[in-house]
Structure formats: C-alpha cells, structure tokens
Design a protein around this ligand. Structure first.
Ligand SMILES: [Fe+2]
Length: 179
C-alpha cells in the first residue's frame, strides 16, 4: 500500500508543479481566467499532496519528498521547460489527471480488499473527487454543429399577403413578427 501511495504522491507532486508552471507561463486572451484557475488547482493539489504524504507516514512508510525522487518515480511526462500555448498546456493536464484517477481506483480497490478503510476513504474522498472536478474544468467543449438560428433582418412593412422569405425572421416596425 505504501508503494502505491508513494506513486500517487509522486504523480500528485508532478501535477501540482505543472499547475504552477502553467499559472506563471500562461498567455493569450484567456490569460486572466486561466492564471487564476491554474493557481486554484495548484493550491488544492498542495493539500492533496500533504494528505497522501501523511497517510504514508501514518501507515509506517516513508513519503518521498524531493524533486529528484519525484522525477524518478512519476508516471507523468514532464512538460518542456519553455512556455506552451494554452491547448498544449491543457492536454497533458487532462492526461495527468487520468493517470492519477486510475491510481485512485486501483488503490481504493486494494485498500478495500485489505480492510484499510482509512486509505480507501482518503483516495476516494480527498484525491479522486477533487481530481475529477479539476479535470472537468479543462474538458474540451462537446463538438456539435452550432444551432441554426433564424436570420434576423429589419425591413419596411411589406405588402399584406406578400410571402416571407423561407428561414428568415423579419423584424417589422408594425408587428413583432411580420408575415
Ligand atoms: Fe501567482
């Protein structure tokens, strides 16, 4: 259990640091919102890292802590040192959340079998759920055709009985929807 939790710890430290990197380096028209969001997620990951590390200590293990050890163990591909465009920042974050959430499922199952309810509860309530929520913020918008809205035009009042152009909503100065 301690080994699995140290893996989860290393990957949580990695995603925590990715969030701070992106908080600092984000740019473009969505800078302000993403700058704040990335830092919020960083702060939440700080809490999760602490929770996992202290659980490891409580179980009698030794938590990994230093960057070199994290780099050796983590399954999360480190991002390049330089600045990245927003879509290039977000895609690896989603991948990292996926890795962490799968580990949470595996640890919860193993903890359940071992009768370790404390670890089971911790990975589900304190790690899995917040990671689900964080990744929800970065999900791509569903791809679907934009709804076809009627074309709105203004016009002078037509001769009564004149047929309306198909698919066009005409705003009339006499009635809201002139036919
Ligand atoms: Fe900051």
């Amino acid at each position: 259990m301690v080994g699995r939790l140290n893996q989860l710890l290393a990957d949580s430290i990695s995603i925590r640091d990715m969030y701070k990197k992106h908080h600092w380096q984000v740019s473009g028209p969505t800078f302000y919102q993403l700058h704040l969001l990335f830092d919020k997620h960083f702060d939440e990951q700080v809490g999760m890292v602490d929770t996992i590390a202290e659980r490891i200590q409580l179980l009698g293990g030794v938590s990994i802590a230093m960057g070199g050890d994290v780099a050796e163990i983590s399954q999360i591909q480190p991002p390049p040192r330089g600045r990245e465009e927003v879509p290039v920042q977000i895609s690896p974050l989603l991948q990292a959340h996926k890795i962490i959430m799968q580990q949470c499922h595996d640890i919860a199952e193993a903890a359940d079998k071992a009768g370790d309810d404390g670890t089971n509860d911790m990975v589900v309530s304190d790690i899995l759920r917040p990671n689900e929520l964080q990744s929800w913020f970065h999900r791509p918008a569903p791809r679907r055709d934009a709804p076809r809205l009627p074309q709105i035009t203004t016009h002078t009042h037509p001769t009564p009985g004149r047929p309306r152009a198909a698919g066009r909503l005409l705003l009339c100065d006499r009635t809201p929807f002139c036919m």
